[in-house]
Design a binder for this molecule. Structure first.
Ligand code: PLP
Length: 398
């Protein structure tokens, strides 16, 4: 499908603002479909804009995408993470208990654990997969550990077999942070359906988006009930407040955008997969210089973006590389800072630089670029051409 066909069918927006800003390969995009526009108009006509029938329909259809029973729509991916954690209080967890998370992820994962009243215990990642290292997870378990929260960064599944085995052995819950991994598969199973519950960000630039929004999915009715209560101030029954809750409901307009996205979910996913596979294939010629996102035989990516990490020993820095991309119109984002040691707001936890060497290396030397549905093979070829030119400008032969 050409870029034009896709935009005409899905209607409306293709990163126009980014294009205006001069990017040839913008980082993200939002698809607002004609169906979404109709539903939004209908909700306005009915004057029912807070949580209503579209939120319910969206929850059911979203959960069905992953073959899971319950979906609980919330106002952000961060709220989804925090509410998922807070649901553990229904199952014996106490404030101040520990939840294990990777040291390299978007800061929201750590913030959500703290906002829910738990202590995040950080574990280093594997440089090649960018995901939490299961061997190091084992060592981080203490009598106060209640859950492991793996993140499927960039849409690449974490090592779920190992993580689930550790969790079952130590009687821990597994909360998948699948914010960036809509549609990914691990050994034939959908990401989001492996742990006890999974959390998605529906922020613009993610595969299914509501512009701002999040979703918790689970097969466990008791977890679903706790999450529904927690998103609405902890309410249960008639104005009774059973839990310390959040104010995190989704509204009808957001759900309408999400319902439109669900209709084109497979198209978006396939387009992103084509883009990312195109890059993976072409980047094999740059293997000497970079680690980059890869798709292994046991998995299918649900691509969020394409990560590039500069290997050690070359005569250029990440900043030089990123400035070159920027100058040539390729938008990028830093590969997140290591939360416990490179994020100012986490200094209070007392970790020190060097505690997470793998993730610190990736933060210092990594970036990620867009591979979304409104770019296609020609933009991916352009990225490859720019990287090639950059390496040659530094005296390398590719
Ligand atoms: C891994 C991860 N977790 C959580 C979030 C938080 O999502 P939101 O921005 O919707 O709050 C994000 C955001 O993209 C993310 O990448």
């Amino acid at each position: 499908m050409s870029k034009t066909d896709f935009n005409e069918r899905t209607a409306i927006r293709d990163g126009q603002e980014m294009a205006k800003a001069g990017y040839k390969v913008p980082f993200g995009t939002v698809s607002i479909t004609l169906k979404a526009k109709q539903l939004i108009e209908d909700a306005i006509e009915r004057k029912w804009l807070t949580k209503g029938r579209y939120v319910k329909e969206f929850e059911e259809k979203f959960a069905a995408l992953f073959g899971v029973k319950y979906g609980i729509a919330v106002s952000s991916g961060t709220d989804a993470d925090a509410i998922a954690c807070a649901s553990l209080y229904d199952f014996g967890a106490k404030r101040g208990d520990e939840i294990i998370i990777p040291s390299l992820t978007f800061v929201a994962t750590g913030n959500a654990v703290l906002q829910a009243g738990f202590k995040p215990v950080f574990v280093d990642i594997n440089r090649e997969t960018l995901n939490i290292d299961p061997l190091k997870v084992k060592k981080a378990i203490t009598p106060r550990t209640r859950a492991i929260m793996p993140v499927h960064l960039m849409g690449k599944p974490a090592a779920m077999d190992e993580i689930m085995a550790i969790a079952r052995k130590h009687k821990l819950y597994v909360i998948e942070d699948a914010a960036e991994a809509h549609g990914a598969e691990y050994k034939g199973t959908k990401i989001g359906s492996i742990g006890d519950m999974a959390c998605f960000s529906l922020y613009a630039a993610h595969i299914v988006t509501t512009i701002e929004g999040g979703m918790i999915i689970t097969d466990n009715e008791a977890i679903a009930q706790a999450a529904r209560s927690l998103r609405n101030h902890g309410i249960e029954g008639k104005f009774q407040f059973k839990r310390i809750g959040f104010s995190a409901k989704m509204n009808e307009i957001e759900a309408a955008v999400g319902l439109g996205n669900i209709e084109i979910f497979q198209d978006i996913l396939e387009k992103r997969r084509q883009n990312v596979r195109h890059l993976i294939k072409a980047f094999s010629k740059f293997e000497k210089y970079f680690w980059y996102l890869k798709e292994e035989s046991h998995e299918v990516l649900g691509p969020h973006a394409f990560s590039i990490i500069i290997k050690p020993g070359f005569n250029f820095t990440k900043d030089e590389f990123v400035s070159y991309l920027e100058h040539e119109g390729v938008d990028s984002r830093n590969l997140f800072y290591t939360i416990p040691t490179q994020t100012e707001s986490y200094q209070f936890m007392g970790y020190k630089l060097g505690d997470f060497p793998e993730s610190e290396y990736c933060s210092d030397n990594g970036t990620h670029i867009g591979c979304h549905q409104d770019v296609g093979p020609s933009q991916m070829d352009y990225v490859i051409e720019v990287v090639d030119k950059f390496l040659k400008s530094k005296g390398h032969t590719v």
